[in-house]
Design a protein around this ligand. Structure first.
Ligand code: AGP
Length: 622
């Protein structure tokens, strides 16, 4: 999604904005721009395409131009061209802003503003916000005739009046030509963080753009605004009520957001999984007593163990982890569970009986659909838990309690280490709830012992990267793949298909293997790749039958099998072995070769692995 960076301090803003925008590139974008307020004038530079295009048009750095705003745009309203790129200046020329989000009622507001004599240059909803602020600032009068109170800062007041008219989501950074010592940031439904440095302030969509300047931050909540004036700042609600800002330590480090010798972030994050999963599990498993300790929800575990139903809600890869979670809660805790696409759940007027638990799964903690599903669940009185990676993210702060994934920043658009951590968190929770219901201590202890062994087992899979690369190379000329699995590996088949689709642009479909004969087997053509996750599991013999169905029709079988399985050979054109583990934990292993295969396929096809076309790391708009 869009990225925002704004700077106010004693250094030159231009290079800081550019470096900050580069840190946000992974969010996905199609145009970029920045505006400086210097010597009583706005200097605005913007272009379609990459940040490198923007750099080419910038003048030499002006050392004392210490106030500016920058933006990477992921088009929602209007083509991804220069005129629609941010920043947008209002019709009076007094206001300039950048925006991440969607103004739902922009058309109605635009109609009214045009009637009031405002002019527009772009097709964007964002320009409506700029003109709305400019209108109230210039007229110094609200639509119902009220003037700005004499003791109010008119720039702040105009922003508040405009926001009272806007329905939608926004993270914004705003400058006013008459206020060369002021920078305003506002947040509602899109992320925005204030970094507080030594005589300098950075506002950004993501801590990755802040951390090299300061580790102190204020995580704005929805409906809050921050006004930086001179060398101090104040926070208040959009309704002008004072808010006491809480400074927090940013928990990511610079090296965590550097490539550290890898070619791509996705490659790094796949390789990090043994370590990231260990970090996710550390301190949360008491092997001696067969217990799980999940600080964020410990006080609610008794209540959670009594629940009659669990609904997991998420999008994309997080939804696939949720499907594993559904099976885990049903098999280990015997609690009815179902996973819901957040985008559907939010509009389905869901029935949530008293005591239902809703678990929102999200790496970014900013996905608009998942955020809306959380809001729906809270409105209906459900207990809402989060399984989120980004600390301080909107979803993390909206849920009643939660468990952080603790795998560090995931920058590659294709989610990898977050998936294995989401499954690990759901596994721990299912074991703990099961143990509080009917699971014996002995079974719980054995499961936890196996869970802590998973990171080491992933390491053994990573060593097969070259083998997997050859498999990808032998099949990337095929434009249609199938991914098939059963039981706990059915969600892995879905995840493997998504990975391949989203970065190699090869069409792939994930299915429960038994579903083949209900239609999809008609797709099988000579040499068509069919990836089977056929590890030693409860339905091993059944999936062998499915493999034979595909081979009998000329399909090419790529099989993920269990180490030591000597019987699988005749059924596979290609084999990748994974260590054995209990069915429940297999997704944390069997997903890894599929991540690696998708990675190599994308590289071999020459695609931008970390920033695949049309995609964003966090979909903060509907
Ligand atoms: C996964 O590789 C995709 N990038 C996408 O499906 C992602 O999982 C989905 O958008 C949900 O994102 P979240 O986990 O940040 O909510």
């Amino acid at each position: 999604m869009c990225g925002i960076v704004a700077y106010f301090g004693r250094k030159s803003a231009q290079p800081i904005l550019i470096e900050g925008l580069k840190r946000l590139e992974y969010r996905g974008y199609d145009s970029a721009g920045l505006a400086l307020l210097h010597n009583g004038a706005f200097e605005v530079f913007k272009t379609s395409g990459r940040i490198a295009n923007l750099e080419e048009m910038l003048p030499a750095v002006t050392p004392d131009a210490g106030l500016g705003i920058g933006h990477t745009r992921w088009a929602t309203h209007g083509l991804p061209n220069t005129i629609n790129a941010h920043p947008h200046v209002d019709y009076t020329g007094k206001i300039v802003l950048v925006h991440n989000g969607i103004i739902e009622n922009y058309a109605t507001l635009k109609k009214w503003l045009l009637k009031e004599g405002c002019t527009f240059k772009s097709e964007t909803d964002t320009e409506v916000a700029a003109n709305l602020i400019g209108y109230f600032y210039q007229k110094n009068r609200t639509r119902d005739g009220r003037n700005c109170p004499s003791d109010c800062n008119r720039f702040e007041w105009a922003v508040q009046q405009a926001l009272n008219e806007i329905y939608g989501t926004y993270g914004m950074a705003i400058l006013c030509l008459d206020c060369p010592d002021t920078l305003i940031g506002i947040k509602k439904g899109s992320p925005l963080i204030l970094g507080v440095g030594k005589n300098e302030f950075i506002i950004a969509s993501d801590a990755a753009a802040i951390i090299e300047h300061t580790s102190q931050a204020v995580y704005l909540s929805d409906g809050e605004m921050v006004t930086i004036c001179g060398d101090s700042f104040s926070t208040k609600t959009i309704a002008n009520e004072k808010v006491d800002a809480e400074l927090k330590e940013i928990e990511i480090s610079l090296d965590q957001i550097e490539l550290e010798g890898f070619t791509h972030y996705m490659q790094k994050e796949i390789a990090e999984q043994p370590a990231s999963l260990e970090t996710c599990l550390n301190g949360r498993i008491d092997l001696k007593n067969g217990r799980v300790v999940l600080g964020g929800i410990q006080s609610r575990l008794r209540e959670l163990a009594r629940t009659k139903r669990i609904i997991l809600t998420a999008c994309g890869t997080a939804w696939h982890a949720g499907l594993v979670g559904e099976f885990l809660f049903e098999q280990l805790a015997r609690i009815p569970a179902e996973v819901e696409y957040a985008s559907e759940f939010r509009y389905r007027n869901p029935i949530l009986e008293e005591g239902t638990i809703v678990i929102a799964i999200s790496q970014s903690g900013e996905t608009a659909d998942t955020l809306a599903a959380v809001e729906q669940a809270k409105e209906r009185g459900a207990i809402v838990l989060g399984a989120v990676n980004v600390v301080g993210s909107t979803i993390a702060r909206m849920t009643d309690a939660g468990v952080y994934l603790r795998v560090g920043p995931e920058i590659g658009v294709a989610s990898t280490k977050a998936f294995t951590a989401q499954v690990a968190v759901l596994s721990m929770l299912a074991i703990e709830l099961g143990r509080r219901r009917h699971l014996s201590n002995e079974v719980a202890e054995n499961l936890l012992k196996e869970l802590v062994a998973i990171p080491g087992k992933i390491k053994r899979i990573l060593d097969q990267s070259d083998v997997i690369r050859e498999i990808a190379a032998a099949n990337i000329d095929k434009d249609n793949w199938l991914f098939l699995g059963r039981g706990f590996n059915y969600p892995v088949a879905l995840e493997g298909a998504l990975k391949l689709k989203e970065i190699s642009y090869i069409h792939a479909e994930g299915l429960p293997a038994a579903e083949m004969k209900h239609g999809p087997i008609a797709l099988i053509t000579d040499g068509m790749p069919a990836v089977f996750v056929a590890t030693r599991c409860a339905q091993y013999d059944k999936i062998i039958g499915n493999i034979e169905e595909v081979r009998a029709r000329g399909g090419r079988t790529i099989v993920v099998a269990t180490e030591g399985d000597d019987a699988i050979g005749p059924y596979a054109d290609h084999i990748v072995y994974v260590p054995d583990t209990v069915d429940y934990f297999q997704p944390m292993l069997t997903a890894v070769p599929l991540q690696i295969m998708a990675y190599h396929a994308a590289v071999l096809r020459g695609h931008d692995v970390d920033k695949p076309r049309n995609l964003a790391k966090s979909v903060t708009v509907e």
